[in-house]
Design a protein around this ligand. Structure first.
Ligand code: ASP
Length: 327
């Protein structure tokens, strides 16, 4: 029988109803989670490590990095076959992606979560936990990078996003599709994410801001970011990767001050590329030194820039490594 390390961090998967406030709050312990699904014992032995019990809106890059370092150490143990992490869905995609960038192991690393609390009617806690255990035990989940298992689907950490505030099928890899599925006792992997990568950083730089652009943006927030001493920024631009001219001018100021700026799109699918001319066109920005974020969402590009800046602060190196699998 396989031995899995289960690391709990909190999220709805560990929440219960609070009658007085009529809300759901962190309450279930890691052991309660495991004990709630006795079927797990048919598949694996679990060792428990309680990292935190927080709503994932309170998860920080510092905590994600600490968690990644813990997994880096634990996954090397000969007696551990795989790691499962329970997490809230709000920021799960960011934590999963940071672990994916920082941990290089053939062993399965599986995150799971739930949309309905531990004691809510129709809860998805047991089914998601059991599916995560099955995926973690599956040999075909080795060498596929960090995955997220929810609603019987297996998603790549790099691609998955929370898409719905309340629906059980909230996690989607829009534009890609899941890597595979968990169907009863069958764990099927249909494809691998070939653009995933490992960045051997020993620290991260957390002073990285994500700024979303809207029509008529006057660049004021980018100017604020520069003045605040930010060490990098991700600008979630329009369409193919274009900015209103005043925002583009502020980006050029940031680059002149040696602040790396990554360009992503607020579109849900597709890549940024310099197709359009004009003062705020992606081509001009790229020629001036902006880094293309490819198909990454703004929040994932921010995580990658934090990790990259832990490795180097040299602009050309950041640009080279950031774009290498995508351009
Ligand atoms: N607010 C919750 C969290 O992210 C949502 C969830 O887990 O589904 O912790």
């Amino acid at each position: 029988m396989k031995k899995l390390l289960m690391i709990t961090t909190g999220g709805t998967i560990a929440m219960k109803r609070d009658v007085q406030s009529r809300t759901i709050v962190p309450a279930a312990s890691g052991q309660q989670l495991i004990d709630s699904v006795p079927e797990i014992r048919d598949y694996a032995a679990l060792e428990l490590s309680e990292f935190s019990n927080i709503d994932s809106s309170e998860m920080t890059p510092e905590l994600m990095f600490e968690l990644s370092c813990l997994i880096r150490r634990q996954i090397q143990r000969a007696d551990i076959d795989a790691v499962i992490i329970t997490h809230g869905t709000d920021t799960l995609e960011e934590t999963a992606y940071m672990i994916d960038l920082l941990v290089n192991s053939p062993k399965p690393i599986v995150l799971t979560a739930a949309m309905r609390g531990f004691d809510e009617v129709g809860t998805d806690v047991p089914s998601n936990l059991l599916a995560a255990v099955k995926a973690a035990c599956a040999d075909n989940c080795r060498n596929v990078g960090v995955v997220v298992v929810m609603n019987d689907e297996i998603h790549a950490a790099r691609e998955v996003r929370k898409t719905y505030t309340s629906n059980l099928a909230t996690l989607q890899s829009s534009g890609y599709g899941p890597l595979g599925i968990v169907d009863q006792d069958n764990v099927i992997i249909y494809r691998k994410s070939l653009t995933r990568e490992f960045i051997p950083a020993e620290k991260i730089e957390t002073r990285v801001l994500l700024l979303k652009i809207a029509a008529g943006d006057n660049g004021a927030l980018i100017g604020y970011a520069i003045d605040s001493g930010v060490k990098g920024m991700v600008v979630e631009g329009l369409g193919r990767g274009n900015l209103p001219t005043p925002a583009a001018e502020q980006v050029l100021t940031a680059i002149a001050k040696n602040i790396p700026v990554v360009l992503t799109s607020r579109c849900f699918k597709g890549r940024v590329l310099g197709v359009y001319g004009g003062t705020g066109g992606g081509k001009k920005l790229h020629n001036a030194g902006i880094i293309y974020g490819g198909d990454l969402s703004g929040q994932k590009a921010r995580i990658k820039l934090m990790v990259m800046l832990g490795l180097t602060s040299e602009m050309t190196e950041i640009k080279h490594i950031f774009e290498r699998r995508m351009y």
